[in-house]
Every structure is written in structure tokens, then in C-alpha cells.
Design a protein around this ligand. Structure first.
Ligand SMILES: Cc1cc2nc3c(=O)[nH]c(=O)nc-3n(C[C@H](O)[C@H](O)[C@H](O)COP(=O)(O)OP(=O)(O)OC[C@H]3O[C@@H](n4cnc5c(N)ncnc54)[C@H](O)[C@@H]3O)c2cc1C
Length: 541
């Protein structure tokens, strides 16, 4: 299924590399399963677009000679930077609808190049859109619709190196445009790892993770990238900001935290000192079955409040377990894991499994022994979940081609409100799916957990009507988002705000904080050129 490494070229329209993802035969098998599951006829599958089929409006701006050497107006580059990877993006790409691409794509090779591009955008009033891996699922990288002055996508992909490793403090200075696998490849010879593995790891970047407060591998403790950021360098239209390397500080509000989650609206992150881990050598994993999702949630709460801090604590409801091949669809499955480069994990695991048994969990005999190989994480229900997690991004595009509405949304809520919250979110979303699509499934898993509450992640799969997919998506998304806010959750736990979540984020965010954020934006980006429409609207001068 994979193209040879040397010939690998990113798809301009969807997830992954050319030639990867389910082929014709696999798509036909998936279509059979969907027909059986939803008892519907599917429309003729859509074919992926070819670049010769894409017609773009001519660029409205041209880079000055000094910048032209690292700028492109080629159709393939402009189309590849027009969208992120959300359902809405893939639908528009499959329709060959590229109505608002960036005029220019810049590929600066260093921080000086980033500053030059920002200067140029500031001078001519063009929108400047930082672009990492382009895996945004919230409309974070597409140009705004009113771009009178044109728009420039700033692709950080050439800033892809680990520059310095401090083995003593276990930290590294890393350029922001490096993709997940290349980052880990450069840390491996040092026996170190960032161990931040979002599902989009293969095609997302360090700078993107920081800019979106991405959620990674650790189900507890280091849930977001935030905890790993030691210091940052950020280029803004008003100059470059470098923060001090410190293991911790109580000196006022944290300067790093202003930029973590700023989604390209306050500056371009060019590099970061990141806290690292020794590569784990010892692992223990187990899967535990529960008759009921809510009962299983009780076990997860007990574990989350025990101080054990498992690295993996993913609770799948029966539907998720079925889809992942980790269950038969009649039981919830908890995938538990501990890891260490230092000590055996049997004591931690056996106490966590005791919490599960106390809540009626079925623990397989001999489960959870410490192993010094990775195989344990690739066997049985744990392995099935892992494989489904890795294949997920490719599958999503295939579902859209086959005529399905496929959407995920994630949130967090405190334990005291969780039962009512979960019932309410499911009811509102299922009602919208039935009303809008006629049939469909809404499933849930916990991706991260905290001592005071879980981060539930919901997946919708439903038959869509060809031509009406975007309206159907908007209606279902709106019903789900309204429920999240009404019942006390957050509009996003780790997918960021972008454009898609703005109506709900604007209501979630306290007014006084919005004013403070706007003041910061006005100080750093006085002409409001950085990613307009994302996160917050700039005050126009
Ligand atoms: C299949 C799939 C699975 C996903 N799984 C996860 C997951 O497990 N966890 C998770 O957190 N997210 C996940 N996401 C969402 C997405 O991958 C994250 O938001 C990720 O952090 C984006 O990184 P990126 O490099 O692709 O950034 P981009 O998509 O390029 O950009 C995202 C935002 O950050 C800004 N930005 C990017 N680079 C910089 C920079 N250097 N300086 C300033 N601003 C910048 C952009 O302007 C944009 O607003 C998933 C997405 C997909 C498609």
C-alpha cells in the first residue's frame, strides 16, 4: 500500500502521501460494511481530485524580488495550502472547490526569512497564515474570506532540525517546522524522546502542536504539549520575542503560555526548547472489559484520583470498541498502559487493575505484566485499538469519498457533571444525526483523563446526501457544540478553536479575558495581519 520512501509526495487534497490509504478494493469492502451497518444505498464513490482539474484565480500579489526565491505561486502549492484536514476541507477538495487559496506560499529556510515575509505582509496589508503540517481540523490554516490585501501561507517545513540537545537537563532546542517522525528520528540517537504523539503525529509539526495546545500520547499528567515547553522564540510583526529557559517560574503570568494556543494570531513560533523523556524500555499494558460504559467511567475516575498516572487510559464505549476491533460491540473496553525507562511497573498496574475489578471490570488472567519489549502494546484488544488509531486518518477520507458524514469532536468536563453531560451530548447529537441524515452512529471514548474529570471524544459516522454534505455537517456540528456549552463542557479539549469553533469559543471565553487578548494582539500585530478570523478578531486600526 505504501509508495517507496524516496518518491513520497504529500496529497494536495487530503490526508497522507500519494498512493497511501485504502485502495479501490479496500474502499469497496468498507462500502459493503457501511451498507450493512446503516441499511442504506451509498452514492457513486467520489474520485480523488487531480491537480490538473483544479483551477485557481490568479494571485493578487507578487513577492518582491528579495523574497521570490523562497516563495511559490504554483497551483499545486497554493491548493495544498488552501485547506486543513477537516471533514469540511475534504468535502470541498473532493468537489474541486478551491475558491479562496492563498495567493502566495512562502517556504522560509530560517527565522530571518520568516521575519522578512511578515514585514512584507505588514507593509502591503496581506494576511499572513502560519502553516505547520496543515492538519488543522478547525479551519485554522485557510485564508480568511475577505482578503483585500491578499494572503500568504507561511510554510515552516524547512525549519526542521533539532539544533541543540542538553542531555543534563534533558531538553532540546528544536525548530518549529519539524514533522513528528523527523523530530523523533533526531532525538533517538540521544536516547531521548518528546513522546508527544497526537493521532496526526505523522503529518503535524512541533510549532503546530504548540500553537494549538495539542493533546498527545499521555492520557494523564502531560496531556497537552504545554507541559513540555521550556522556552520559545516567536517572530511577530513588532519584533522577535525569546523567553528564558527555566524549569519553572513564579515571575508573573508565563510568557510561553501567551503563545501556547495562540493559533498563529500573535506570532510565528520558530523554535522551542522542549523538555524530553528518556526513551521508555519497560511497559505494561492490559485491556479490561466492562458491561457498562458509565460503570467503567467509575473505574477510570478511581484510577485518575489514585495518583498512579497511567500513560494510557483510553476508555472505549461499546461502539468505539467494535469499530476499533477491540470488542464485540456489547461491552466497554478500557485500554490501560504504564511505561518507564527506570522501574518495573507491576505494582502500579496491579493497583490500577484492582480499581477496575472493584468496579466490575473483567481483567484477563496474567494481564499487565511488565515487559521489556514493545510487543505487549501490539497484541489483543490493546493492539487492535493502536492499529485503529494509526489507520484512522486514512480511513476518514475514504469514508467521505464513499458518501459518509464523518466528524469527531472532543471536550472535557468535571466528574460531578459527567453522567448528565454525556447523556445530554449523546441525546442532542444523536437526535441531530437522525433528523439530518436519517441514520448514523455517535460513539465515545476518553482520550485523556484528569483527577477532576475526563476528556470525552465523540465520533459521528452517518450517511450524507451528495451535494448537501456541508449543510448537514454544519447542522449536526452546531447541535453537538450547543450541547457541549449548555451542559458545562469546553468547545474543544485539544483540536483548537480555529474558525469552526469561534461561535462557541466566543461565548465560553470570559469578556475581560477577550479584551486582554485583543490588547496583546494589538501590541504584537497592530495591523491585524496574522491569521485573521482564527481565535479572535483583531481590532482594525
Ligand atoms: C487525522 C487527524 C488526527 C488528529 N489528532 C489529533 C490529536 O490526537 N491531538 C491533537 O491535539 N490534535 C489532533 N489533530 C488536530 C491537529 O493535528 C493539531 O491541531 C496539530 O497540533 C496541528 O499541527 P500542524 O503542524 O498540522 O498545524 P497546522 O494545521 O499547520 O496549523 C494549526 C494552527 O496553528 C498555527 N500554526 C502552525 N504552525 C505555527 C507556528 N510555527 N507558529 C505559529 N502558529 C502556527 C496555524 O496558523 C493554525 O492556526 C488531528 C488532526 C487530524 C487531521
Amino acid at each position: 500500500m505504501s509508495a517507496p520512501q524516496a518518491a513520497r509526495r504529500r496529497k494536495f487534497w487530503g490526508w497522507g502521501y500519494e498512493g497511501e490509504g485504502p485502495g479501490l478494493e479496500q474502499r469497496a469492502r468498507i462500502a459493503e460494511l457501511l451498507r450493512a451497518r446503516f441499511a442504506v444505498e451509498l452514492p457513486e464513490p467520489l474520485e480523488p481530485p487531480r491537480i490538473e482539474q483544479i483551477a485557481l484565480s490568479p494571485p493578487r500579489i507578487a513577492p518582491p524580488a528579495a523574497l521570490a526565491g523562497f516563495c511559490s505561486t504554483a497551483t499545486a502549492d497554493r491548493a495544498a495550502h488552501a485547506y486543513g484536514k477537516s471533514f469540511r476541507d475534504v468535502v470541498r477538495a473532493l468537489r474541486r472547490d478551491y475558491g479562496n487559496p492563498p495567493d502566495v506560499v512562502a517556504f522560509p529556510a530560517d527565522e530571518g526569512g520568516v521575519a522578512q515575509i511578515l514585514d512584507w505582509c505588514d507593509r502591503i496589508g496581506a494576511s499572513a497564515i502560519p502553516y505547520g503540517g496543515g492538519s488543522s481540523v478547525v479551519g485554522g490554516v485557510e485564508p480568511p474570506s475577505e482578503t483585500g490585501g491578499g494572503s500568504v501561507s507561511i510554510d515552516l517545513g524547512r525549519l526542521d532540525r533539532v539544533l541543540e540537545v542538553d542531555r543534563v537537563s534533558r531538553a532540546a532546542r528544536i525548530q518549529a517546522g519539524v514533522l513528528g517522525p523527523a523530530l523523533e528520528d533526531q532525538l533517538r540517537p540521544h536516547g531521548l524522546t518528546l513522546r508527544h504523539f497526537p493521532q496526526s503525529f505523522e503529518l503535524s509539526t512541533l510549532g503546530g502542536w504548540i500553537a494549538t495546545r495539542s493533546g498527545g500520547h499521555f492520557a494523564m499528567l502531560y496531556t497537552h504539549i504545554d507541559e513540555f515547553v521550556e522556552a520559545l522564540r516567536v517572530v511577530t510583526p513588532s519584533g522577535t520575542i525569546a523567553t528564558r529557559r527555566l524549569p519553572g517560574s513564579g515571575a508573573g503570568p508565563s510568557p510561553e503560555r501567551l503563545f501556547i494556543g495562540s493559533e498563529g494570531t500573535l506570532g510565528v513560533i520558530t523554535e522551542a526548547w522542549m523538555r524530553l523523556q528518556d526513551r521508555p524500555t519497560l511497559r505494561a499494558s492490559a485491556s479490561v472489559r466492562f458491561a457498562d460504559f458509565m460503570v467503567a467511567a467509575g473505574a477510570v475516575r478511581a484510577i485518575s484520583q489514585s495518583g498512579l498516572n497511567p500513560s494510557n487510559c483510553r476508555l472505549l464505549d461499546p461502539g468505539e470498541a467494535l469499530t476499533a476491533g477491540a470488542g464485540a460491540g456489547d461491552e466497554a473496553v478500557l485500554v490501560l498502559g504504564f511505561e518507564s525507562a527506570d522501574h518495573p511497573l507491576d505494582a502500579w498496574m496491579s493497583r490500577a487493575l484492582e480499581c477496575c475489578r472493584d468496579h466490575g471490570g473483567q481483567v484477563p488472567d496474567g494481564a499487565g505484566r511488565t515487559r521489556d519489549d514493545e510487543a505487549g502494546a501490539r497484541e489483543g484488544a490493546v493492539g487492535a485499538w493502536r492499529k485503529a488509531f494509526l489507520d484512522g486518518p486514512y480511513l476518514r477520507d475514504a469514508l467521505v469519498m464513499l458518501g459518509m458524514l464523518s466528524e469527531t469532536f472532543e471536550t472535557a468536563v468535571t466528574w460531578d457533571r459527567f453522567p448528565e453531560f454525556h447523556r445530554g451530548v449523546l441525546a442532542a447529537t444523536e437526535e441531530a444525526v437522525r433528523r439530518v441524515c436519517g441514520a448514523g452512529t455517535v460513539t465515545c471514548r476518553f482520550t485523556h483523563v484528569y483527577p477532576d474529570g475526563p476528556a470525552p471524544y465523540y465520533t459521528i459516522v452517518a450517511p450524507a446526501r451528495r451535494g448537501a454534505e456541508l449543510e448537514q455537517w454544519a447542522e449536526v456540528k452546531s447541535a453537538a457544540s450547543e450541547a457541549l456549552l449548555r451542559l458545562g463542557g469546553t468547545i474543544t479539549h485539544h483540536h483548537a478553536v480555529g474558525r469552526d469553533h469561534r461561535p462557541w469559543y466566543d461565548r465560553e471565553r470570559p469578556d475581560g479575558f477577550a479584551r486582554a487578548l485583543l490588547a496583546a494582539k494589538a501590541a504584537l500585530d497592530p495591523r491585524g495581519i496574522l491569521n485573521p478570523g482564527v481565535l479572535i478578531d483583531p481590532l482594525r486600526p
